[in-house]
Write a protein that binds this ligand. Structure first.
Ligand SMILES: [Fe+2]
Length: 255
């Protein structure tokens, strides 16, 4: 589906307790509208998290890990791997609620998930406990798209009993960290660049069925995976476990 209007919200905590607003937002999301929740996290905190992830990326081997109960946190590099459900060039760092971590990420981002769950018509704390819930679990995926190579094919994400939207928080800024490309949704057959409407720490919610992707980040530049230069986000996924066949995979719609 195509995206509709872009709407802005100030303050996730207030919105979380406003039942009428949640109903209205859910209806708008179902019609394709995009919501940008401003100022969820300050820039200095975001830069500390980026630095921590860069250290991990520089000093340990990236590896693939199947998503199953009690699996470890991990990081991996995908260089347009044809085995992926959606072709991408990205370094991702995954965290699960059953593992503790130094930042306490699931406490820090709990309200982002609660908002996602409420918009999806679910109990606020769904998928956030230390055990899988209905064959699914929350996964925070920090994603680094390096200058030069970084990008993600146009696709649609699973829209099912577990979610209607997959929010992400911007951890970089177009015009500062990179100049061209970034997250877009399709609207009127064109790319609407959401990164251009966002600042550090803003969280974007849109319908998982909207066609979207990450256009290549500064394709003229050299790629240096260790530099940390490029586009960073935090993605707030709810993933099916490998054993769950009820939910479809993301659908790749090409470059
Ligand atoms: Fe997506």
């Amino acid at each position: 589906m195509e995206a509709g209007e872009v709407r802005f919200v100030d303050g996730i905590e207030e919105a979380l307790s406003d039942d009428a607003l949640i109903d209205q937002m859910r209806n708008h999301l179902l019609e394709g509208d995009v919501y940008i929740v401003k100022n969820f996290m300050p820039k200095d905190k975001i830069l500390r998290i980026r630095e921590y992830l860069c250290e991990i990326g520089r000093s340990s081997l990236p590896n693939y890990q199947t998503i199953e109960e009690s699996c470890p946190n991990f990081h991996r590099i995908d260089r347009w791997d044809p085995r992926a459900h959606v072709r991408a060039c990205v370094h991702s760092f995954s965290f699960f609620p059953w593992n503790h971590d130094v930042f306490g990420f699931f406490d820090l981002f709990r309200s982002v998930y609660q908002f996602k769950n409420r918009l999806s018509g679910l109990e606020p704390d769904s998928f956030l406990s230390t055990e899988p819930d209905r064959g699914c679990i929350a996964r925070i995926s920090f994603q680094y798209y390096p200058k030069g190579m970084g990008g993600l094919n146009k696709h649609q994400d699973p829209f099912d009993y577990h979610q209607i939207t997959v929010p992400s928080m911007l951890m970089s800024k177009k015009g500062e960290d990179f100049q061209t490309g970034g997250l877009y949704v399709e609207r009127y057959g064109e790319h609407l660049y959401l990164d251009e409407l966002c600042d550090y720490g803003d969280v974007v919610y849109f319908n998982a069925k909207c066609n979207h992707g990450v256009e290549k980040i500064d394709p003229e530049e050299e790629t240096d995976w260790l530099s940390g230069e490029g586009r960073w986000i935090a993605l707030f996924a709810v993933n099916k476990l490998a054993s769950n066949s009820r939910i479809a995979d993301s659908k790749d719609l090409g470059a």
